[in-house]
Design a protein around this ligand. Sequence first.
Ligand SMILES: [Fe+2]
Ligand SMILES: [Fe+2]
Length: 415
Amino acid sequence: MSKDPVEIKREETPPKERIGIMGGSFNPIHSRHLDLAVSALKEGRLTRVLFLPTGNPPHKKEGLAPAEDRFEMTRLALIGKPLFTASRIELDRSGTIYTLDTLLLLKKQFPFAELFYIIGEDTLLDLPNWHQPDEVFALCHFLVSRRLSDNAAIPSMRQELEVRGARFTFLSLAPMDISSTDIRQSLSQGLEPNGLMPQVMEYIRIMGLYGVPASPPRAASFYPTLRSALSDKRLLHSLLVAHTARELAQIHGEDPDAAALAGLLHDCAKCLPLLELKRIAQEQHLLLDEETLASQSLLHGPVGAELTKTRYGIDDPNILSAIGCHTVGKVGMLPLDMILYLADKIEPSRTLYPALLEVRALAREDLVAGMNRMLQSTMEYVTTQKTALHPSTQRVADWLARLTPQESKRSEAHE
Ligand SMILES: [Fe+2]
Ligand SMILES: [Fe+2]
């Protein structure tokens, strides 16, 4: 049966994009920014949201992190959120940047899209002072978030601007007391503030931003190399493993810097194809069993330890050992080996598997108990999948099961 022409036409017209725009310094980005974007996405029926960190101002501004760092933190906070993207549109321009120019550039980039500028109530009051506000009103719709205190001037200003053609939708998101200023203040006092995503916290530590001591040592210099060696998803995972390993090291009296370094670099070879991993293993004369040599998901551990030494210049044997055995473990694992092995399996972005919550709790109480439960979970999984368990995993499980409580304590205290 032939289709109704009107129906055909409707199918051929692509749905109009509704793009939300979040401007700001993102100094640093925090959970309130994301909550606002989610609220705008739902209530504004947006198809996506662009985050536009501002560039470096012409004169140095006290407390403002460099633009590239603010952009990278924004990018890291949005990995795994396909409807949110960090845009360089304000970053790569110099001089005074007017919202009108940004909107005109976006209109050129997305000629068929409707633009929705996401602002706070305080910005609404400032709109008449913007550069050519009436032009701005013609180009975008405003999605407005409420602030903590009720400002009596808002309804009258809204009315006044609507007469001039401005279009406003107020978001229902409850006002909340999280601000970048408070976050920066907590950071400078040595605290880990609520509302900061762990990957952003780890980046702040690596680069030593906002008065936080740079840690782990040398990570700031190798970060660009690591970033280009990993996919975004793998980079996020690595930062989260570093964050978790650092926390476990603090709990169990181990070196937090060594744990964070091992976490950051543990998957540095993970994005290499198997052939390349084999070539490096052969070139470096790594003594490995056939099963490890045949598997990308096993071989990236020992090859990663090799690259950590040769490419990233880290020669601490404890860090190299932890990275080398993070895929299958080894008999006689030391606390740092266990910390990395567990952090890799329990970092916050891990999708739920049956033993996850239990392993998370045990890893904080007792590393050997956490390892035991994790290996038991691996063995259960292998049985249900009807695949073979790596012989090393079985040996580690047997070794752990034989450890007496005293021995397990000694193992924790660097036997
Ligand atoms: Fe790995
Ligand atoms: Fe990993």
